[in-house]
Every structure is written in structure tokens, then in C-alpha cells.
Design a protein around this ligand. Structure first.
Ligand SMILES: [Zn+2]
Length: 703
């Protein structure tokens, strides 16, 4: 199908931190390449983005820093916007969801659905912080992770072990805002009945999109649909966000994933009065560029919302990328494990295109990929500098030296097979680049361009015009050969500028300057032509297109990361130390406070015995527990003891311990524990067994 217009969106970045290379590689760079390619074909295209400024993490950050949520989003919106501009990400508009036009658009969208009776109103019990007088979203709730015991797990996820959780699963849930323990209170919300759109979505995605959506995107959608869809609350109890436009909804805002994608529409409205030409026409191609964590929102929830509203075009494709890791570890904003775009540009000024190159050549298009500084250096030096930059530079230097700085004439009577071969390569490369970009295979497209430059280098090497110039007796004949060679190389240079333009726009611009051509030459239809540079046209002196990356620059970056790693480790140890410190003080207090006096009869109720440990192993999914087998001479007992952090199982076998043998049995992690091992504590707070000084008879009574 031929589309009249293109509406390209890139995921709205969350305004609670700067942009890092993972963001760029994930969606902004591929989206920008695609848009620049469309623009070079003179297509009618709008490239839409903006900051996502609502949601819980922003309010938490504001509370932590003692500023307002508005202060937080103002700060990061500016940083993010500047980073994109500097990297040449060429949005038609970069808006924000805290704008008035967005509030109006999102509220009107909600009311449209509300008036059609689409929402289901439901009351439910949710955690409420009485001291702050507010309901808490999952992220505001902290507690102990039931899986790993981390006592700062969030109500939706434990960041230590990665388990996804619900607030109900947390042990001892407390408020992240006040540390108060929580009460449950009734609250009303509006649910979008995704289940009612399940059949339609199956038809649209499974029947309609399977042939051309990326397999990672299609696969994720298919598994959501196979598992069945459920109604989802589209409102939240909060004061930061788009207010729910209903009289009985005081203190409620739209769910951030309801309002954020509508941000694409409101940003287009802000950009142009003709916004509905793009959003409400079947001949618009709507493409959402996103990272893989947003697939469900863009492929299932937002399309269902658009369908429920009616009148909007649906996404034709959602080319989501996988994740980019950094030096083998997941990039993390909160842990500061990232290469921030604003930092990169400080350390590598004017090297936007080298970063664009590496992030595209190594893009996580089909699987997670790793960014390493060594690989960055290798790709820049051995591909960008040694192949592309080198070809253009040699061509210009030789043209100035051997052709008086002017585009030489082509002598058609001596054209040979390698001249024609290179001309064919240019046309073939253009087609391959086109096909790859149209299928969102930007990495392959870029590879084809570098490969064409490689062919140019080989051509130049084979023709060796510098050798031809050294034989004065054949001067006239050889000059014609030199002319042809450099004519072809210069036309190839012009073609390379057109092909590389969507990927490395700063470089293409520099090449236009050197060739003294207007940037209109970069229009895609010109690719493949061999008359782009006019004969005897004087060209400028060459400038280096790319800078070689030195070892020392890479070392500095690696050291920077090592410092970060140290800080991360230190803060993790401090956390742990803080915790043990409190626990230990509590224990000490218990030790020092004398207990109430008891009678001998009370004491005699205890059945204390010496036992020998004959087996010990860790309990699955419980960091602190050991399952211990004890020999009591008359029987073998199983006891589960919370000492795994202090002892390795293999170290305690054969040791004699004292146990309370007549303690009522209880189940821990599904294992019945009969009895309790007595422990004391040394100065360091380490647990030690209470053992007989000499070897005792196993099972003997302690009196
Ligand atoms: Zn956990």
C-alpha cells in the first residue's frame, strides 16, 4: 500500500533522568534514521516525541530531593531535549505531557470513552498511608521480598532479585513516604475492559501483522493474547498527573500508560493545525519506535484505546529493539551504570556521528547487545576511520595533487570493466540500503554503505593513480587513466554522502561543504547517479571526517566506569552494614536486659540435649535457612535453623550442639523443624554454637 503521509513516533522518555546510550540505540537513533530516509525521499513526514512527565518515580524523586514534581520534570526535560538536539535527533516537535494541550487532549479522550460507557467502575481495597493521607501506588510501598529477603523491595518489583511482586506479597509492607505501616481502604477506579478487545486484537495482530512485524514484537504480543487479557485500571489515586475529568474523582489522575501514548496525539496538535490529517487518515503510515519493555502498551493497550475511541489510524508497525548492555551489565539509571549522552559529548566534542555509527552498527535489533569501550574504539578506528574516512580523504588528496583540485573529465574511450563494476555497485548498494531501511534493518543497511566504501578503497588501490603519475614518458595516456579513476572516486564520494546522510548527518553535511554542493544534492533520488559533481568544478581541500580514538581516551572512560562500580559496591555494602548495625544493637539490648525470674519447675520443663550434626544443606529460596540433620542417639532429627549467613553447611558437620528437644514442631519453607539449636554471639556479632567443651555422648541431657 502506498501511504500519503508518515507519522513516526519515538517512545516518550521519562523525565526523571538524562538520556543514555541505551535509550539512543533502543529507539531514538533508529527512528531518526528512518525519518531522515523518508525526508530525503521528500515524503510528508512528522516525527513526534516529548517528555513523559507523570507517574510515581517522579513524585518519589521530588520527595527525596525536597523539590516539587514540576521542578524535577523541568530539569530533566531540558537536559533530555538538549541531548537529543546535539545528537541530531530531528524531531518535528519535542513536547511534554505536563502541557495544557496534553491535559485537554487526554481528558477529552477519557471522556469520549466514559460517555460511551466503555469503562467499568470498580471499588477495591488498597494500601493507604494515614500519616500522609494518601493511597499508595505499588511503587510507594516497601517491604521485605518473600523471595530473597531484601527488605527494601517495591510493591511491584524487587530490584535485588528481579522478582515481579504485588504489594500483597510483601512481608511487613510499609510506606515509602513516611515509613508508617499501612492500612487498607476502599477506593474507586475506572477499568478499561481489554478482555472485550481480545478477539479484535487477535484478528488485527495474529492475522494481520504476523508477516511483517518483527518476530520479537509479534512473539510478545502473541503470548499476551494467548494468556488472555483482563480489564486494567486506567486511573490512579495521586495528585501528580492528568486529573480524571469527573466530578466524583477528586484526588484521582489518569494512569500514566493511559495518558502517555495520547501524548503523541497532543504533541502533533501542538505542532500543526493539520494534526488530524495525520492521525485520522487511513493513508497515514503510523510507526511507533520503542524499546522492548513498552511493547504491550503500544501493541495492545494503546491500539485498543484508539479502537474504542474510533476515528484514529492504528500503528502499521512497532519496530521495538531489544536492550543494549554496558560492558556486560544491564544499564541502570538508578545505579548510575550508563554512558550518559551529555557526558559523552563533553568527553568527545563534535563526535556525534561516531556515537551514532557505533550504536547503529551494534544495534540490539534482534537480541540484547553489549556496548564496550574497546568495541567502540575498534569500530571507529577500523571501520569509520580506516574505510569510509580513508577513502574520502585519499580521493580528495589525490584529486588536489593529480587533477589540480578540479573534478577531472571522464574519457569514455578508455572506460574499463572495473570503472563500470563500481558504478554497478553504487546502484546495487542503493537498493539494498533502501530495502533494509524499509524493513527496519538499520544495521544491515549501514553495513552495505561501509562495504561500498571498502570497494572504493580497493578500486583506488588497484588503479594506483599515484604510480601512473610517476612515469612521465606516458604522461598523456596516464593522465587520462588518472582522470577516470578520480572522476569515478569523486562521484562515489558524492553517492556515499547521500547514502550515509540518514545515519551520519553531520558527516554528510561536512562532505557537502568539501564538495561545494548544496545539501539538496543529498536527496535520495540522486543516489546512483554518476554526474553529481560537474567536470572541472573546483573542490575544497579535504578535512578529516572522523577522528581516531586513542587508547588513552578509552582508558579514561573505562576508569570512569570502574569508579562507578566502586561506588555501587560501596553503597551496597553500606546498606548491608547499616542493616546489621541496627539488628545487632537490638540483639545487644536483649542480651543486657535481664529476664524475669523463673522457678526450677519452669526450667525443668525444658528438655535440653547435646546432639551431633550429621548433615546440613541450604534451604531453597531462603538465604538464611539451613536444614540440619541431628543425631540424638535414639533418633535422627531434622531442625531448620536461621544460621545460613554464618556457617557453610560443609563446615559444621560433626560439630556438637545443644538443642531444645521438646519445642513444639513447626514448618519452615515446607520443612518440619523439630527442636531448636541454641546459639550465642561473639563480639563481632557472629553466631556461635553452644557446644560441650569436651566431646559428649550424643543425646545426653543438659541439666
Ligand atoms: Zn527479592
Amino acid at each position: 500500500m502506498d501511504f500519503k503521509r508518515y507519522l513516526i513516533t519515538a517512545a516518550l522518555p521519562y523525565a526523571n533522568g538524562p538520556v543514555h546510550i541505551g535509550h539512543l540505540a533502543g529507539c531514538y537513533l533508529p527512528a531518526d534514521i528512518y525519518v531522515r530516509f523518508l525526508r530525503s525521499q521528500k515524503k510528508d513526514v512528522q516525527f513526534i516525541c516529548g517528555s513523559d512527565e507523570h507517574g510515581v518515580p517522579i513524585t518519589i524523586r521530588a520527595m527525596k530531593e525536597g523539590i516539587t514534581p514540576q521542578d524535577v520534570v523541568d530539569k530533566y526535560n531540558t537536559i533530555i531535549k538538549n541531548s537529543f538536539e546535539e545528537m541530531g535527533i530531528s524531531f518535528n516537535i519535542y513536547s511534554r505531557t505536563s502541557s495544557k494541550i496534553h491535559t485537554e487532549t487526554a481528558q477529552a479522550f477519557f471522556l469520549n470513552l466514559y460517555n460511551k460507557g466503555i469503562f467499568e467502575e470498580r471499588e477495591s481495597e488498597q494500601y493507604y498511608d494515614e500519616s500522609k493521607e494518601m493511597f499508595l501506588a505499588d511503587r510507594y510501598i516497601l517491604g521485605t521480598c518473600p523471595v530473597c529477603g531484601n527488605n527494601n523491595a517495591y510493591g511491584d518489583q524487587c530490584e535485588k532479585c528481579g522478582s515481579s511482586l504485588s504489594p500483597e506479597q510483601l512481608i511487613d509492607p510499609r510506606s515509602a513516604l513516611s515509613s508508617a505501616s499501612l492500612v487498607k481502604k476502599k477506593t474507586k477506579h475506572w477499568y478499561f475492559p481489554l478482555d472485550k478487545y481480545e478477539n479484535w486484537l487477535k484478528e488485527w495482530i495474529v492475522e494481520g501483522k504476523k508477516d511483517h512485524w518483527k518476530s520479537n514484537v509479534y512473539g510478545q504480543c502473541k503470548s499476551w493474547l494467548d494468556n488472555g487479557l483482563y480489564p486494567r485500571a486506567m486511573t490512579r489515586d495521586s495528585t501528580w498527573g492528568v486529573p480524571v475529568p469527573l466530578p466524583d474523582a477528586v484526588g484521582k489522575v489518569l494512569y500514566v500508560w493511559f495518558d502517555a501514548p495520547i501524548g503523541y496525539i497532543s504533541a502533533t496538535k501542538e505542532l500543526t493545525n493539520l494534526w488530524s490529517d495525520y492521525w485520522c487518515n487511513e493513508d497515514t503510515k503510523l510507526v511507533h519506535f520503542i524499546g522492548k519493555d513498552n511493547i504491550v502498551f503500544h501493541c495492545i493497550i494503546f491500539p485498543a484505546m484508539l479502537k474504542a475511541h474510533g476515528g484514529f489510524v492504528l500503528p502499521e508497525s512497532v519496530p521495538a529493539n531489544e536492550f543494549l548492555n554496558l560492558e556486560g551489565e544491564k544499564i541502570s539509571t538508578s545505579r548510575n551504570w550508563a554512558v550518559w549522552v551529555n557526558d559523552f559529548l563533553k568527553d568527545f566534542p563534535d563526535q556525534q556521528d561516531t556515537l551514532r555509527y557505533v550504536l547503529c552498527a551494534n544495534a540490539p535489533e534482534t537480541k540484547d547487545n553489549d556496548f564496550t569501550w574497546k568495541d567502540f574504539q575498534d569500530r571507529v578506528n577500523s571501520e569509520l576511520v580506516a574505510i569510509f574516512g580513508n577513502f574520502v580523504n585519499r580521493t580528495f588528496v589525490l584529486m588536489h595533487k593529480l587533477c589540480k583540485g578540479r573534478v577531472p573529465k571522464m574519457h569514455n574511450d578508455i572506460v574499463d570493466v572495473s570503472d563500470n563494476g563500481l558504478a554497478d555497485d553504487i546502484v546495487a548498494t542503493k537498493l539494498k540500503v533502501e530495502q533494509n531501511i524499509e524493513n527496519y534493518k538499520f544495521r544491515d543497511a549501514l553495513y552495505e554503505i561501509i562495504d561500498l566504501a571498502r570497494k572504493g578503497n580497493k578500486y583506488l588501490q588497484d588503479k594506483a593513480p599515484w604510480l601512473l603519475a610517476k612515469t612521465p614518458e606516458l604522461q598523456l595516456e596516464n593522465q587520462q587513466k588518472i582522470d577516470n579513476c578520480l572522476h569515478v572516486c569523486l562521484q562515489l564520494t558524492a553517492n556515499l554522502a547521500i547514502l550515509i546522510n540518514p545515519f551520519l548527518p553531520f558527516t554528510a553535511k561536512k562532505m557537502c561543504f568539501m564538495m561545494k554542493v548544496v545539501e539538496r544534492m543529498l536527496e535520495w533520488e540522486n543516489a546512483g547517479r554518476l554526474d553529481l559533481l560537474k567536470v572541472s568544478y573546483p573542490l575544497r581541500a579535504p578535512e578529516l571526517l572522523f577522528k581516531k580514538i586513542e587508547d588513552i581516551e578509552i582508558e579514561q572512560q573505562i576508569n570512569k566506569l570502574k569508579e562507578t562500580q566502586k561506588t555501587i559496591k560501596m553503597s551496597e555494602t553500606t546498606d548491608k552494614m547499616d542493616n546489621t548495625e541496627t539488628v545487632r544493637q537490638e540483639i545487644k539490648l536483649e542480651v543486657h536486659a535481664p529476664k524475669q525470674e523463673i522457678t526450677y519447675e519452669d526450667f525443668a520443663k525444658l528438655d535440653l540435649r547435646v546432639a551431633t550434626i550429621i548433615g546440613a544443606e541450604k534451604v531453597k529460596n531462603a538465604d538464611k535457612l539451613l536444614k540440619i540433620e541431628l543425631d540424638l542417639k535414639t533418633e535422627i532429627r531434622t531442625v531448620v535453623s536461621g544460621i545460613a549467613l554464618h556457617f557453610k553447611p560443609e563446615d559444621i558437620i560433626g560439630k556438637q550442639v545443644t538443642i531444645v528437644a521438646n519445642l513444639a514442631p513447626r514448618k519452615l519453607k515446607g520443612i518440619e523443624s523439630k527442636g531448636m539449636i541454641l546459639m550465642a554471639e561473639n563480639e563481632d556479632g557472629r553466631l556461635i554454637f553452644v557446644s560441650p567443651l569436651e566431646k559428649a555422648d550424643a543425646g545426653s541431657e543438659v541439666k
